[in-house]
Design a protein around this ligand. Sequence first.
Ligand code: WTA
Length: 638
Amino acid sequence: MSNYHIKHLEEYYQVYRKSVREPENFWEEVAEEHFMWRKKWDNVLSWDFSKPEVKWFEGAQLNITENCIDRHLATRGNKTAILFEPNNPNEASISISYKELSERVNKFANVLKDHGIEKGDRVCIYLPMIPKLAVSVLACARIGAIHSVVFAGFSSTALSTRINDSQCKMVITSDGSYRGSKTIDLKGIVDEALNDCSCVETVLVVKRIQSDIHMESGRDKWLQPLLDNASSICPVEVMNAEDPLFILYTSGSTGMPKGMVHTTAGYMVYTAYTFKNVFQYREDDIYWCTADIGWITGHSYIVYGPLANGATTVMFEGVPSYPDYGRFWEIVQKHKINQFYTAPTAIRALAKQGLEVVEKYDLSSLKTLGSVGEPINEEAWHWYNDNIGKKKSPIVDTWWQTETGGIMITPIPFVTPTKPTYATLPFIGIQPALMDENGYEIKGNQVDGRLCIKFPWPSMARTIWGNHQRYKDTYFSAFENKYFTGDGALRDEVGYYRITGRVDDVIIVSGHNLGTAPIEDAVNEHPAVAESAIVGFPHDVKGNALYGYVILKDTGESRDHTNLRKEINQIITEHIGPIAKLDKIQFTPGLPKTRSGKIMRRILRKIACNDTSNLGDTSTLLNPEVVQSIIDGAKDSK
Ligand code: WTA
């Protein structure tokens, strides 16, 4: 079909205009020509942002795994679907063909069924980046179980919160994981989490590191023998278009993470269509996204989007620094990667290593480079463009969110002229709006405001699991009849968008979204802590790092600050995970507060950035005198 693969800028504008003028016709054509439906829809779209309620392809029936696997078998059975590159470069990589993937998914799906998992049940997946992670995701989808993948760097408390929130019946995990030169005791973390989860009946355990672990009798089962005995035929569960496909948790401004619910048909159509166009994927290309499947990028652009296109998608188990900082480039050379999709934080870390580690490798296979997760700074953009893309491979700076399901603002490679730090133009069908503080849309170019989307797109999250009111309050209440992203953006003179960063209490550290509230809650658990406030400050590799202001309880005793800092970070690691550790902790007698008792984070942010020249009007504070003492204290904080 002509508009599945966009080839030049004029065509982009043409297709874009159509997608905005006649969205239903547009998406109907895409859906009709490129997917396998058990039954076609009765209605393409119904929506009401005031409720909010959005339905795409209502009445349609399908199974996403039939689209990602079965329909490729006739023409691509022997083509590699998943190419697995292990943590240890001396371990062989593994190619899984579409045919093998089909068998593996069916066997796994039968094991799930044998353990009582039915359509609509929630299954938590807590696995490292090994093929079983993708297979278990697809196995759930095949039988209509709702997967909830939890990134395997989260702590036991974070895991149990997520398991309980969606009442998962099963957990799929491994005996452990490899991460560079380290091993991590994943099963131990699961055991600890499950002390607080009565909903879990079964734990399936994948053997990865051959460690000696505790197996709870009646609950824990080794997966492999079950797979060995399972049938490789498993008919699909026929799903309705709007049946939930998965839940994925993202941080919010309160302690409780938000379980974003994505549904089946719209998510499939949009992730497949964006994958094809944003990466300009061609039949024999090898595509590699370095994200973890524990994040939305992995769901949409390692698993579903690529497989729906019959692509070869690489899964990498390790880290960019192991055995040395050349690993990414070694993999690009080894597998002749054509599309490479990574995060600015990784680019910055690699750029610091000097060019020798890059120049050792042949990167000539690369055609398109991608960036996602946070704004890419100009220096990193140029380094990536000059040294990795050799100024020949366009960079697609893709802006999107867990909530949006798919890429929303992005260049199309070889079509949209790129511009450093700009995500450029809205993707087909996406209607962004910049809003001012009074709730009015700012028209025209060379303006900035809060980024909203004013018309539904197929892969938007439909609700927050168990809390539709919170979904409405968070995304549809700030601006009438619009989805509010939480990001600020500017639009330049030609209509290109540049995302300027979060305007709420979420801080992006190394590409991971962290809400300040859950971290503060964790810090406040320390018996010596009375109150705390967390803000972000710029960091040359992580993008942002965390700065904690901590008020200690007045016990009359003096405390060893070095130990306290360690203990506080230990608590954060236990409650959330090491990704949320504070880089700096300042003990302070007070925090600047408004008369209504709200912490003035603006001031704390400026002090953390060492920018105290213009703190604005502090006279309206309840306690203006505290500001100077924080500035003085900042000099000694570590
Ligand atoms: C930020 C990741 C600037 C943004 C897919 C967004 C970006 C949040 C970009 C979502 C980008 C993501 N440029 N900022 N290209 N991509 N962000 O849910 O603040 O993990 O709201 O989804 O990351 O992060 P999430």
